[in-house]
Design a binder for this molecule. Structure first.
Ligand SMILES: Cc1ncc(COP(=O)(O)O)c(C=O)c1O
Length: 341
C-alpha cells in the first residue's frame, strides 16, 4: 500500500481530513452496525443534545508503525473502558468495548496510507467521540447518539528534542469536587480554554490545577497527568477523584516498577512538597512525557534540579522505555500492543 505523499516530519498537530471515518448511530435503544464514511461533515438538528447541553465525550489514541513494519495501537482497550465510564457519567449509552476495538481496526485499516512510517516521529491520531444527536429542549439526556472515529496525521510532538516547559499554578479550576474531572467530556475542556489562553498570554506553557476543594493538592494540567521523581529516585504521581485516569501514566507506573525496578506510588501530592522533587513531567498520549523545568506559583518559582535544557535522568529512562515498548524495540507486556496489520 502506497503512503500519502506527505512530509511527515513537518506536519504539526492540526486537523487534516483523511479518507475514511467510522460512524455508528444509536436509536431506539440500540447501536446500528456501523460503517465507514468518506463524508467529514455532520448534519445535525439545530436543537441536538450536544449543541444545547454539551452531551459529548471523546477519546484520543494513536496508530503508528513499529520498527518491524506493523501498524499498531497502544492499549485501545483502556480507551474503550474509559469512554464507557465517560458515557455512563453523562447518561449516554456505552459503545461496547469489542465494537470500539473493531471500529479502531476498521478505520485504521481504511486509512493505512495515512499512517506515518516508522522513524518519522509522526503518528495517525484517532479521535473516537460520541454525542447526543436528536433534538432536546428540556434539560435531559438525548435519546439518539452518534459514535464516530475520525483520524488525522500528526507530526512528532518534540521537534529537535524535548525542551522542559514552564507552567503556572492556575487560579481557575478545571473540575469540581464530585464533578466530571475524571471523565473525558468535552465540557471539561471548554472549562479550561480561558485558563490556557490566559496562561499563554502570560508566557506560560500550561496550567497546574490544584484540587478544587482545598487548593492544596496537585491535580493535573488541562491535558496531561503529572509525574514526579523524588530526590532518592522514587516515582510519585497524584491520586485524585477529579483527574483523568491517564493511560500513559498508568503505563509509566508499571514500567517504573516492572522494567526499571523503581519504587512508584500513586498518592495525594501536596503542592507544598513539589519544591522538594527532583524531576517533574506531564504525561499523556500526545507527548508520552513532557518535562517540566519550572513552576510559577504567583511569582514564586520552583526550579527543578533537572533544569531547563533536558529531561531529568529518571524521566528520560521512563520515556525511553515506554516509547521503546510502543515502537516494538522493547518487549511489551502482554496485551499492550494491538496489531492492526
Ligand atoms: C485532562 C487530561 N489528563 C490526562 C490526559 C492523558 O491521558 P492519556 O495518557 O490517556 O492520553 C489527557 C489526554 O487524554 C487529558 O485530556
Amino acid at each position: 500500500m502506497e503512503k500519502k505523499n506527505i512530509d511527515w516530519s513537518s506536519i504539526g498537530f492540526a486537523y487534516m481530513p483523511t479518507d475514511y471515518r467510522y460512524v455508528s448511530n444509536f436509536k431506539d435503544g440500540k447501536w446500528d452496525e456501523g460503517t465507514l464514511s468518506t463524508d467529514p461533515n455532520i448534519v445535525l438538528n439545530e436543537c441536538a443534545g450536544v449543541l444545547q447541553y454539551s452531551q459529548s465525550v471523546f477519546e484520543g489514541l494513536k496508530a503508528y508503525t513499529t520498527e518491524d513494519g506493523h501498524i499498531v495501537t497502544f492499549r485501545p482497550d483502556l480507551n474503550a473502558e474509559r469512554m464507557a465510564a465517560s458515557a455512563a457519567r453523562l447518561e449516554m449509552p456505552v459503545f461496547p468495548k469489542e465494537r470500539f476495538i473493531d471500529a479502531v481496526e476498521q478505520v485504521v485499516k481504511a486509512n493505512a496510507a495515512w499512517v506515518p512510517p516508522y522513524g518519522s516521529g509522526a503518528t495517525l491520531y484517532l479521535r473516537p467521540y460520541m454525542f447526543g444527536s436528536n433534538a432536546v429542549i428540556g434539560v435531559k439526556p438525548a435519546d439518539e447518539y452518534q459514535f464516530r472515529i475520525l483520524t488525522t496525521p500528526v507530526g512528532p510532538y518534540f521537534k529537535g528534542g524535548a525542551k522542559p516547559i514552564t507552567i503556572r499554578v492556575s487560579d481557575y479550576d478545571r473540575a469540581a469536587p464530585c464533578g466530571t474531572g475524571n471523565i473525558k467530556a468535552g465540557l471539561n475542556y471548554a472549562m479550561s480554554l480561558h485558563a490556557i489562553v490566559d496562561a499563554h498570554k502570560q508566557g506560560f506553557d500550561e496550567n497546574m490545577y490544584l484540587d478544587p476543594k482545598t487548593r492544596t493538592k496537585v491535580e493535573e494540567t488541562g491535558g496531561a497527568n503529572f509525574i514526579f521523581v523524588t530526590k532518592d529516585g522514587k516515582v510519585v504521581t497524584p491520586k485524585s477523584d477529579s483527574i483523568l485516569p491517564s493511560i500513559t501514566r498508568r503505563s509509566l507506573i508499571y514500567v517504573a516498577k516492572e522494567y526499571l525496578g523503581l519504587e512508584a506510588e500513586e498518592r495525594e501530592v501536596y503542592f507544598d512538597e513539589v519544591k522538594d522533587f527532583a524531576e517533574c513531567g506531564l504525561c499523556g498520549t500526545a507527548a508520552v512525557i513532557s518535562p517540566v523545568g519550572k513552576i510559577n506559583d504567583h511569582g514564586k518559582e520552583i526550579c527543578f534540579p533537572s533544569g531547563m535544557e533536558k529531561m531529568g535522568p529518571v524521566i528520560q529512562k521512563l520515556y525511553d522505555t515506554l516509547t521503546g515498548i510502543q515502537m516494538g524495540r522493547i518487549e511489551a507486556p502482554k496485551g499492550w500492543i494491538h496489531v492492526i496489520e
